[in-house]
Design a protein around this ligand. Structure first.
Ligand SMILES: Nc1ncnc2c1ncn2[C@@H]1O[C@H](COP(=O)(O)OP(=O)(O)OP(=O)(O)O)[C@@H](O)[C@H]1O
Ligand SMILES: O=P(O)(O)OC[C@H]1O[C@H](OP(=O)(O)OP(=O)(O)O)[C@H](O)[C@@H]1O
Length: 213
């Protein structure tokens, strides 16, 4: 029975290679250099499909892929319908943070009850975070380069992923609040898990045995 695994290029693909290896799966090509979106593997019945990170849950939800790997950020924004999330893979680790331009008094703005303009690629996470704090916000949806928004007056704050902090530093921003710890998870189509149990279960076990500390 054919198994289709949805992955995004870049860090998720790179950090998934050891997990695939533990399941005896080696991609036939590197998606960074190949333009192909369907990548064969050494196993005739296993193939990889290369999609945008934020599209992985959609491919798995509709059964176009049986398995996928997606960040917790992406899974929260998607909502998780139709997905079984059996395993935290502990890869692509980072933190969802609120950040502002150096010198902006975030605490004072919050205390004064000012309405904050917040730019983010993660409207659901941002909305829930500020609602829980009782802070009124206008969410401005962006698709990337969030760090620019406070520097040009588009927003007072951003909600974005931080790993080393290098991107914030390079743009004169500081993190002021931690929202969530993020890592990537294995997601499985709920129907595929039942129909292809014998094929999927060994892959799941191999991934579980290879999760980095
Ligand atoms: N700097 C980082 N360090 C570690 N993990 C990260 C970092 N940035 C993002 N991630 C995690 O890796 C996942 C994939 O990130 P990647 O940069 O490949 O895609 P993206 O550019 O965010 O998504 P899309 O292509 O859909 O816009 C994210 O969803 C997040 O969980
Ligand atoms: O704290 P740091 O280590 O600097 O990492 C944080 C950066 O990483 C992510 O971007 P990414 O590298 O994925 O770029 P992209 O979203 O433009 O692909 C995120 O959106 C931040 O900009």
């Amino acid at each position: 029975m054919t198994l289709t695994i949805a992955l995004s290029k870049g860090r998720i693909f790179e950090e998934t290679l050891p997990l695939l290896a533990a399941a005896g799966i080696t991609p036939a090509e590197n998606p960074e250099s190949s333009r192909k979106l369907i990548i064969d593997t050494n196993l005739p019945d296993v193939r990889l499909v290369i999609v945008r990170a934020s599209d992985v849950p959609t491919y798995v939800q509709y059964g176009a892929a049986d398995l996928g790997i997606a960040g917790r950020d992406v899974l929260i924004e998607h909502g998780g319908a139709g997905l079984y999330q059996p395993l935290d893979l502990n890869i692509a680790k980072c933190r969802m943070m609120v950040a502002v331009e150096n010198g902006f008094d975030y605490e004072a703005a919050v205390k004064q009850g000012a309405r904050l303009k917040v730019a983010t690629k993660y409207p659901r996470i941002a909305r829930e975070h500020f609602a829980a704090k009782g802070v009124h916000v206008d969410i401005i949806k962006l698709y990337g380069s969030m760090e620019l928004a406070p520097l040009v007056g588009l927003a007072d704050a951003i909600v974005d992923l931080v790993s080393t902090g290098g991107t914030l530093r390079a743009n004169n921003l500081v993190a002021v609040e931690h929202i969530l710890d993020i890592s990537s998870r294995l997601v499985v189509n709920q129907a595929a898990l039942k129909l292809k149990y014998a094929t999927i279960q060994p892959v799941l076990e191999a991934f579980a045995s290879a999760v980095p500390a």
